[in-house]
Design a protein around this ligand. Sequence first.
Ligand SMILES: [Zn+2]
Length: 480
Amino acid sequence: MNNLVSEIKKLVELNKDKYEELADFLWNNPEIGLLEYKSSDKIKSILSEAGFNIEDKVGGIDTAFFASYGSGKPVVGLSCEYDALPGLSQRSDTYEKCPVEEGAAGHACGHNLLGSGVVGTALVLKDYMDKYNLKGTIKLLGTPSEERDACKTFLGRDGYFDDLDFALTWHPESANRIWGGGSLANTIAVFNFKGKSSHAAAAPHLGRSALDAVELMNVGVNYLREHIIPEARVHYAYLDVGGNAPNVVQPTASIYYFMRSPKIEDSTEIYKRIIDIAKGAALMTQTQVEVDLKAAIADYLPNRTLSKVLYESILEYGVAEFDEEDFEIASNYFKTFDDETRNAGIKNTEKFFGKEKAAEMLNKGLTTEMRPYSGEFEEIEVITSDVGELSHYTPTAQMFMATSAIGTPLHSWQMAAQANTSIAKKGLDATVGALALTAIKAMQDPDTIKKAQEELFSEVGKYKTPLPDEVKLRNPKVEP
Ligand SMILES: [Zn+2]
C-alpha cells in the first residue's frame, strides 16, 4: 500500500463515525424531493461544524445548499443527493416486504448512502488539505430532488456550476464499477387540454371533449414512434381525465410525457414534433392545448480522463471487503428476487467476470471485485440521472460501489432494506476512500484537469440547456 492510500485510510477511520451516523439518520428520516428539510439541515450542520462555509437555499430552492472549504483553484465539485422515494418505506431487519410506516417514503435508491458518502469524502479531503497544505476549494453541491425534479438542470442553467474545475460522485448499487457509458436524456412536459362541458346525451353537439383530444394525441404519438430513432423512449401517464361521468363531455384533460433519447438534442427534437401532434389533436377537437415544459435533462457524458483516474484510485484503494455475515444477508435478499431479476443479476455478473468468477461471487451474493473499465465510451444505460446535466458543465466522473446483493434493482423494497445494513456501510467506506483519493490526485495534477476540460469542451463546447429561463421548479406544496 502506498503512503497516500494508507494516509487516506487513516483519515477515513477518523471520520467514519460522522458519515456512518449520517447514513443512518438519513435512512431513518426519508424525505421526498424538495421536502428534504431534516436531511439537508443535518448535512449542513455536520459540514458547518467541520469548518465548511454554507451557502443556503441555492437558486432559491429551500433544500439546496453548497458547502465550501479552502480557496482558489482547482474547485472540486462533489455532487450530493439525499432525496427518498414516495411509498417505498421498508424495514431492514426482515427479508420480506414490510414498510416501517405504510405509504411513507423510503431510501430505495440508497441516496442516504450517496449523500453520506459524499459528505465523508468532503471531510476526508478537508483533513488531507489541512495536513498537507493542499491548495484548492472543495465545493459540496447539495442538490435536492434528483428523482423527480432533476434540480441540477435548474442550477446548471442558472450558472451555479460554472466555477467548477471538475466533479465527482457515486451511486450505491450491486456492482463495483465506473459509469463509463452515457444515459438517456429526458425532456419532460405536461400537455393540458381545455374543451367545453356539455350533457353527453342531451347536447353532445355543444361539448368539445378534452379527453378526445388527449386520446387523439396519444394515437398520433404512437404513429410517430415508427419515425424516430430506435433508441428513443416515449412514455406517458394521464394526470387528468376530466372526471368519471360518461354522461358529461370532459372539459379538461392532462397528459404527462417523458421523451428520452441518448442525446439531449434528439429529445428536444422529438418534443417539438410531439407539440405539433398535440396542436393537431386540439385542432381536430376544437379544444385548446397548453404545453407545460417541466425539465430537459441532458444525457450523461462520462469524462474518460477523469474516469480513468477514478478507476485507478478504486483499484488502489480497494473495493468493499465483506465478511461471512454480509454474504449471508446478501444471499437471503437474493432469494427474495423473482426468477427474472435473479437471472438478470447472474447474466450481468457472468458478462463482466466470466462464468467461473461469477459463480464464486454469486455463491456469496455480493460483488467482491472491480468491474474492468475500458477507458472508452461504453454502452449507454437506459436510465436518466440529473448528473448528466452536471457532466455537460464540468468534467464529471461517477463510480458505483456494491452496497447490496447482486441483481438488487434500484427503487425496490430490497434496495431500501439493504441501504441500512453492514453491507452498505462497507460499500460506503470504500467509496469515501476512493473518491477522496481521486480528488487529491486530480488536485495535485493540473495536466489531468486541463486534459479533462479539453475533452469535455471539444465535445460539447459551452453547454446551453434547451430549458428556457422562464421554466421554474415546481412548487411541491401545490403541484403533483
Ligand atoms: Zn438514485
